[in-house]
Design a binder for this molecule. Structure first.
Ligand SMILES: Nc1ncnc2c1ncn2[C@@H]1O[C@H](COP(=O)(O)OP(=O)(O)OP(=O)(O)O)[C@@H](O)[C@H]1O
Ligand SMILES: O=P(O)(O)OC[C@H]1O[C@](O)(CO)[C@@H](O)[C@@H]1O
Ligand SMILES: [Mg+2]
Length: 324
């Protein structure tokens, strides 16, 4: 006979993202309110392999809604691509009495969740990554805060850049995705936005535009680059040597991953955590909870992973058409 009270495991994995705590809190509170026990697993899939987990109660998620990072810690766990480790993780869950798992992370985390489902552990994935590179979701937990952080930082850089008639090349996160660069580029009035999804040349897409802007009387510039296209210092050097304009480089780095989540982040993360528990309650697994058409909905993990998002070309046109 099965045990009376079922148990949900929850973990955060991959790069941390502001709003992950809000999602964890929603899973724990909603889970307990619906009669589940909830176990928090530390450091993502590494914790699952190491049996690093503890019971959570309503109070263990107090005072975390407004905090960046993740109270469950996170990790990258390369050994999780080995089948024997997937089996070990499922076995550890069985021993710990975990009936279903909520995994909060990016595309890699979803792939791990799919492998766990295939080994018989029902999983629900929540999109938590500042990169906004989950194809099936228009929005990922962490993106809004990261973009707002970039905007605040670049506004400051612009003040000094303007005072000295300089060009500033800003490198933002996004190893394979240019969403942060594109959104922040528009919000900061960048002259050019360089992203890994779209081919560019410095001569055509930056220098030619600068020359034409100089003719209009503009003397300071912001160039936004996603880290996936190359390093800001090298790009700055190239721009300076081609234009003669004093050009500096600012690599924003990990400052983008921290900080208190925005209200939007907190609300959507709470909705997503709530939705995940509703699915588990109905005995549904192998799903991801995503944001589509302005609503929180769910999709099959496999179908979600097969989708392709790419960069928003309408936004890219906006960025180019209104920049001088
Ligand atoms: N193909 C895969 N099969 C099984 N597990 C995987 C796979 N890819 C990634 N994982 C697991 O998921 C973890 C997180 O993946 P990854 O490091 O790519 O970050 P992510 O979830 O995509 O988040 P982000 O890109 O925001 O940092 C990996 O460390 C690994 O444990
Ligand atoms: O250095 P880490 O923590 O492995 O992660 C860096 C990467 O993580 C991301 O921030 C996504 O979380 C990428 O944009 C970035 O390239
Ligand atoms: Mg990823």
């Amino acid at each position: 006979m099965g045990k009376e009270r079922k148990t949900i495991g929850v973990l955060t994995s991959g790069g941390d993202a502001p709003g992950m705590n809000a999602a964890v809190r929603a899973v724990v509170r909603m889970g307990i309110n619906r009669g589940f026990s909830v176990v928090g697993i530390r450091r993502g899939y590494s914790g699952l392999l190491a049996n690093d987990m503890d019971d959570m109660d309503l109070r263990s998620v107090s005072d975390i809604l407004q905090r960046g990072g993740t109270v469950l810690y996170s990790s990258r766990c390369p050994e999780f691509s080995e089948q024997r480790n997937i089996k070990k993780a499922v076995e550890n869950c069985r021993k710990a009495g975990i009936d279903a798992l909520v995994t909060i992370g990016g595309d890699g985390t979803f792939r791990g969740a799919l492998d766990l489902c295939r080994e018989g552990l029902p999983c629900i994935g929540l999109p938590g990554t500042i990169d906004n590179d989950i194809s099936s979701s228009e929005y990922t937990i962490g993106f809004d805060t990261a973009v707002n952080t970039v905007v605040q930082m670049v506004d400051r850089v612009r003040d000094t850049s303007q005072s000295h008639d300089r060009c500033s090349v800003i490198e933002v996160m996004g190893r394979h995705a240019g969403h942060i660069a594109l959104y922040a580029g528009i919000a900061c009035g960048a002259l050019a936005v360089l992203v890994p999804e779209i081919e560019f040349t410095i001569e055509r897409d930056v220098v030619a535009k600068m020359v034409s802007s100089l003719r209009q009387g503009k003397q300071n510039f912001i160039v936004m680059v996603a880290e996936g296209v190359g390093h800001a210092p090298a790009i700055a050097e190239q721009i300076e040597s081609l234009t003669g304009i004093d050009t500096n480089a600012v690599v924003l780095g990990y400052v983008q991953r921290g900080g208190s989540p925005t209200a939007r982040e907190r609300v959507i993360a709470s909705q997503m955590g709530h939705h995940a528990v509703e699915l588990i309650e109905q005995g549904i697994g192998k799903r991801v909870v995503v944001f589509r058409g302005g609503k929180v909905v769910d999709l099959d993990i496999e179908e979600a992973l097969a989708m392709h998002k790419g960069i928003d070309m309408d936004l890219y046109r906006v960025a180019n058409d209104i920049s001088i």
